[in-house]
Design a protein around this ligand. Structure first.
Ligand SMILES: [Zn+2]
Length: 476
């Protein structure tokens, strides 16, 4: 009897221990995820909606696959099963595509088969590979390659292999090449071994590196393209439809600033870099870049004096402004952040109208209407308040205009210009150099206005951009 009880209690303990370990194991059981689909690790800033959209699945399917009852409960680091991806398992990762990354390069680096990559990202062809987007790649168990190598003109795969302490077979296999003839000069290949900094990217040999800040660029945003090139190389290029202007900057880099128009349809557009080598030969590299919506709201209809929206008076004035703000002065007059031109009288966050708002102007008592957007930043405050220079520069225009009233334009260099409209008085002259904080004029209500206020706008290589960006961070 006693013995039986003892045994019984031992058995119970054993059963309890087994049960406990099973309970402990269940949350870590990875087979569950692999049975039903691959796993995505939630990143900061993700929402269930954005994850469902990224994988082109419905929110309901995502919730059901993960047994989520409350769509608001989502934490970074949480693992979500992604349904509907038959034959895919393991952990899915995202890779941000920057300029110089190529479709073939990503395949080779991650060793993800082409068909799987297309399925995960819902792309039909490599031409849908855009700068500024996130691509989904499965984290493979097998090695990822980070050492980039690039065959020089006339260099054979054997020479390239020997130079990188590997063999032709490995290079062909890693880079998914059919044979040693399938690599082109300047192509990005991956080789076994450690990556060394400053290695060749997908860019041609004239370029050492290229970087674009704050991707993806929004409507009304300022693109900052920083390039390190080989000595003696002259740079040009194009973003959307504007010719880039490069200027020497810190550390031997060349920088181009380019505004993106507020009304440009969101989508993908070309970014091209052109290099002219000292021997006169040229190399170019072009990639598609994603431009996203600025989410600008629609303003209520604006009823104005018909004369101020008559193309006969507005067109010559617009053209005059475009020709004033088109040249790119090689001297950069500003340093660091811009400071609000209304700093002397208004809080730096006090705006009565922001940049980008969609506007419809209606000529009072007429059928005339004009579509546009708000090209600058409006500051509240009445007649006679002081306007200060938001950055140093040279005054290139000061005079009356029909729509813009008493107007002053300052050249800050590198194709960056400030415009100040509707002033009651202009206190600077053309040719005068001004420093950050100097009083340049007084707030007024001249031109196409409903009341006295300061309108400040900023041009970057021929395009009006959101000046708030320039108050919040330094350029370049
Ligand atoms: Zn305005």
């Amino acid at each position: 009897m006693r013995l039986a009880t003892k045994l019984n209690s031992k058995m119970r303990k054993l059963v309890l221990t087994v049960l406990l370990s099973v309970t402990l194991l269940i949350p870590f059981k990875p087979a569950l995820a692999q049975d039903t689909g691959p796993v995505y690790v939630v990143q900061p800033g993700d929402s269930l909606y954005s994850i469902a959209a990224r994988f082109s699945i419905s929110l309901d399917d995502l919730l059901a696959a993960n047994g989520i009852a409350d769509p608001n409960s989502l934490a970074a680091g949480q693992q979500l099963i992604i349904p509907g991806l038959d034959g895919v398992s393991g952990i899915l990762d995202t890779k941000f595509i920057n300029f110089g990354d190529s479709y073939r390069g990503l395949m080779r680096q991650t060793q993800v088969p082409d068909a799987l990559f297309r399925k995960l990202n819902h792309v039909v062809s490599p031409s849908e590979f855009y700068v500024g987007t996130n691509m989904i790649v499965p984290l493979q168990d097998q090695t990822q390659y980070s050492k980039r190598v690039s065959p020089a003109t006339g260099e054979s795969m054997l020479e390239l292999a020997v130079k990188n302490n590997t063999d032709v077979w490995s290079l062909n296999s890693i880079n998914q090449l059919d044979g040693s003839w399938a690599a082109l000069p300047g192509d990005t290949l991956y080789a076994p071994g450690e990556s060394s900094e400053n290695n060749a990217s997908g860019l041609p040999s004239a370029f050492i590196s290229a970087e674009i800040r704050d991707l993806p660029i929004k409507q009304g945003g300022t693109g900052v393209i920083t390039v390190t090139a080989q000595p003696g190389v002259k740079l040009g290029g194009l973003l959307v439809d504007h010719q880039l202007q490069f200027f020497p900057s810190q550390g031997g880099t060349l920088v181009a600033l380019q505004g993106v128009h507020a009304l440009l349809e969101p989508g993908v557009y070309p970014l091209r870099l052109d290099a002219t080598l000292p021997d006169g030969s040229t190399q170019s590299y072009e990639q598609l870049i994603l431009i996203v919506s600025g989410n600008y709201p629609e303003d209520p209809l604006l009823y104005v004096d018909p004369a101020t929206i008559d193309p006969a008076s507005t067109e010559p004035e617009s053209q005059q402004l475009i020709s004033l703000t088109t040249p790119a002065t090689p001297t950069k007059y500003w340093v660091g952040d811009f400071i609000s031109p209304a700093i002397a009288y208004a809080e730096s966050t006090y705006f009565t109208s922001r940049y980008g708002n969609r506007r419809t102007y209606i000529g009072q008592g007429t059928e005339l209407s004009v579509q546009g957007f708000h090209t600058g930043l409006d500051f509240g405050g009445g007649d006679g308040l002081p306007i200060t220079a938001p950055a140093s520069g040279i005054v290139i225009f000061a005079g009356p205009l029909t729509v813009r009233g008493n107007a002053t334009v300052i050249d800050h260099g590198w194709g960056v210009y400030s415009g100040f409209w509707h002033q009651s008085a202009m206190q600077v002259e053309v040719g005068q150099s001004v420093n950050l904080g100097d009083v340049i004029g007084l707030v007024g209500g001249t031109g196409r206005v409903t009341g006295a206020h300061l309108h400040w706008e900023l041009w970057v290589n021929g395009v009006q951009v959101d000046p708030l960006d320039w108050l919040n961070q330094p350029y370049p």
